[in-house]
Design a protein around this ligand. Structure first.
Ligand SMILES: [Zn+2]
Length: 488
C-alpha cells in the first residue's frame, strides 16, 4: 500500500480589535454581550448608495501583524468586491482584497516538538495577509422554524493570513495556528478569545505519496472555530482521503464543512474557484497607498515578540528553556517577569517562584497576572527575605499566599505574624534537646544504627518551631547533639 504524506495549508481569519468597524463609524462590540443589531448603520447594513470609508487604525493593525510575520507590505493596495449571496451579507458582496493584498511573502518559525521548545523548528511561509470585512452572524433556531440574524459583526475588520501548504502533520498545523494566535495577542490586535469566534480557521488538506513533490487534489474545510475542531476536522479529512486513495478512487476538489455533532466533514458546495466570485476593484474606494515612512513608523512600534524574548531570556538571564518558554508565552506574564528582574530580582529565583508558586495561586483563584495584588517589587522583597535567611522557603510560600490574598508586603506579613526565622543558636539547641528528650525510643534506635531517623528529628524540630527554625542551623546543631550522645 502506498504511504501518503499530508500537505496542509491554513487560512487564519482574525477580527481586529479596533474601536470602530472597517468601513463605517459603528462601534465594534462584544459579540456575546451586546444586544443584537445595536451597533449598525446604513453602511454595514448594506443600504443602497451608502459609501464606505477605510479605517486607518485597521490598516495599521494589519500592518503590525504583517510585519511581525516578516511580510513585505505592498505600497499599492486595492480593495475588491467579492460577489456572492448569503443571508448574512446584505450587500451581496464583501469588500475584500484580491489581486493586490496588503502584504505578501512572510514566514514564521514554529516548534515541531512542543516539549523541547529549543529544538527542531520549522519555517512556515506565508503567502499573503489581507483585510476584509466580516459578515453578520446567523443563528439557526433549534426548532427548525427559521434563523436569526445579528448584524453587529457585519463590517468588523477581518484579517486573513494565508499560509503556503507547508505543514505536513496535524501537530505542525496546530502549533502554527497557536503561534499565529500568540502573535496576534502579543500585538494587541486580537483577544485570542476563541469562544467568541474572534479567530476562525480554514484548512486546505491533501495527501500525496510520501517523497513526492507534486501536490494531490485538495479539499478546503471552512469555518473551524477552535483548535479542537481544527485538528479533529483535519484528522477526519485525512482519513477520508486516505480511504478513497487506497480504494483507487479519486479525490474531488471540494469545499467542506465540519459538523461538531456528527464529528465529520461534509461537502458544502462543490468545487469553488476565484472566478465564481467575479472579483473586481471596489468602485467606491480609491486605491490605498502605503508610504515607506508609514511602514517604518509601524515597524518601530512593534513590541519584542515571543521568540526574541525567549532567546534573550536564555542568553541574558540564564534560565532554563522550559522557564523561558513559559514566561515568554503571554505578553503580560513576560512583562511582569521582566519588571521583577529589573527590580533586582535574581532571574532564576523569580522564574522559579512565578512558575511554581505564583501561577498555582493564580490558577486556584482564577486570576490573570494583571489582576493579582502581588507586585514585581513585592516578590523581590520576599526573595530578599529568603536571601537574608529571615524566612525559609516554606515560610516564604505561606507569606506569598497571604500577600496574594491581602496585598500586604512581605515584611509586613512576616512582622505581623511573627514568621521571622529563628536563627538564635541557643533557642534552637533548646528545641532540639526537648525533641530528643521527648523521644527516647527513637534516640535509642538511632544510636543503634537507624541513621534514617535523623531526618525525622529535623522534622520534629521544625514542627516544634512552627516551621520557623533556620534549617541550616537545625542540621548543624542536631549533628552536634547526636554525636555527643553517641560518645556518651
Ligand atoms: Zn456601520
Amino acid at each position: 500500500m502506498t504511504e501518503y504524506e499530508p500537505v496542509i495549508g491554513l487560512e487564519v481569519h482574525a477580527e481586529l480589535l479596533t474601536e470602530s468597524k472597517m468601513f463605517c463609524g459603528c462601534r465594534v462590540v462584544d459579540s456575546v454581550e451586546a444586544p443584537p443589531n445595536t451597533a449598525v448603520c446604513p453602511v454595514c447594513l448594506g443600504m443602497p448608495g451608502m459609501l464606505p470609508v477605510i479605517n486607518r487604525r485597521a490598516i495599521e493593525m494589519a500592518m503590525r501583524v504583517a510585519l511581525a510575520l516578516n511580510c513585505t507590505i505592498q505600497p499599492h493596495n486595492v480593495f475588491a468586491r467579492k460577489n456572492y449571496f448569503y443571508p448574512d451579507l446584505p450587500k451581496a458582496y464583501q469588500i475584500s482584497q484580491y489581486e493586490l493584498p496588503l502584504a505578501i511573502n512572510g514566514w514564521v518559525d514554529i516548534d515541531i516538538d512542543a516539549d523541547q521548545p529549543e529544538k527542531r523548528q520549522k519555517r512556515i511561509y506565508i503567502r499573503r495577509v489581507h483585510l476584509e470585512e466580516d459578515t453578520g452572524k446567523l443563528t439557526h433556531l433549534e426548532n427548525g422554524h427559521g434563523s436569526l440574524i445579528d448584524f453587529n459583526r457585519s463590517g468588523v475588520p477581518l484579517l486573513e493570513i494565508v499560509s503556503e501548504p507547508d505543514m505536513n502533520s496535524i501537530p505542525e498545523t496546530r502549533n502554527y495556528a497557536m503561534k499565529i494566535r500568540q502573535i496576534l495577542r502579543y500585538l494587541g490586535v486580537n483577544s485570542g478569545d476563541m469562544e467568541k469566534g474572534v479567530i476562525r480557521f480554514e484548512a486546505n488538506v491533501s495527501l500525496r505519496p510520501a517523497g513526492s513533490t507534486q501536490l494531490g487534489t485538495r479539499t478546503e474545510i471552512k469555518n473551524l472555530n477552535s483548535f479542537r475542531a481544527l485538528t479533529d476536522a483535519i484528522a477526519y479529512e485525512l482519513d477520508r482521503q486516505q480511504e478513497l486513495l487506497d480504494a483507487g478512487k479519486e479525490i474531488v476538489q471540494d469545499t467542506m464543512g465540519w459538523s461538531e455533532a456528527r464529528r465529520e466533514t461534509f461537502s458544502q458546495r462543490g468545487k469553488e474557484e476565484a472566478h465564481d466570485y467575479r472579483y473586481f476593484p471596489e468602485p467606491d474606494l480609491p486605491p490605498l497607498a502605503i508610504s515607506a515612512a508609514w511602514v517604518e513608523e509601524v515597524k518601530i512600534s512593534l513590541p519584542e515578540l515571543p521568540d526574541a524574548k525567549m532567546a534573550r531570556y536564555l542568553t541574558e538571564h540564564n534560565i532554563t528553556p522550559y522557564e523561558a518558554n513559559v514566561l515568554a508565552e503571554e505578553r503580560p506574564v513576560a512583562e511582569w517577569y521582566e519588571a521583577t528582574v529589573a527590580a533586582d530580582g535574581d532571574p532564576s529565583a523569580v522564574a522559579n517562584w512565578m512558575i511554581n508558586v505564583l501561577f498555582s495561586f493564580m490558577n486556584e483563584h482564577k486570576l490573570t497576572i494583571e489582576q493579582i495584588k502581588v507586585t514585581p517589587a513585592g516578590l523581590v522583597e520576599l526573595l530578599s527575605l529568603i536571601e537574608a535567611e529571615i524566612i525559609n522557603n516554606n515560610t516564604a510560600k505561606e507569606v506569598l499566599a497571604i500577600m496574594f490574598t491581602t496585598g500586604r508586603s512581605a515584611q509586613e506579613v512576616v512582622d505581623e505574624r511573627g514568621l521571622a526565622q529563628i536563627s538564635d543558636e541557643e533557642q534552637i539547641a533548646t528545641l532540639i534537646a526537648q525533641v530528643l528528650d521527648d523521644n527516647p525510643e527513637q534516640v535509642r534506635d538511632y544510636l543503634q544504627g537507624k541513621e534514617q531517623l535523623r531526618g525525622w528529628f529535623v522534622g520534629q524540630v521544625m514542627r516544634s518551631s512552627r516551621g520557623k527554625a533556620n534549617p541550616t542551623l537545625v542540621n548543624k546543631l542536631l549533628t552536634m547533639q547526636l554525636s555527643s550522645l553517641k560518645e556518651a
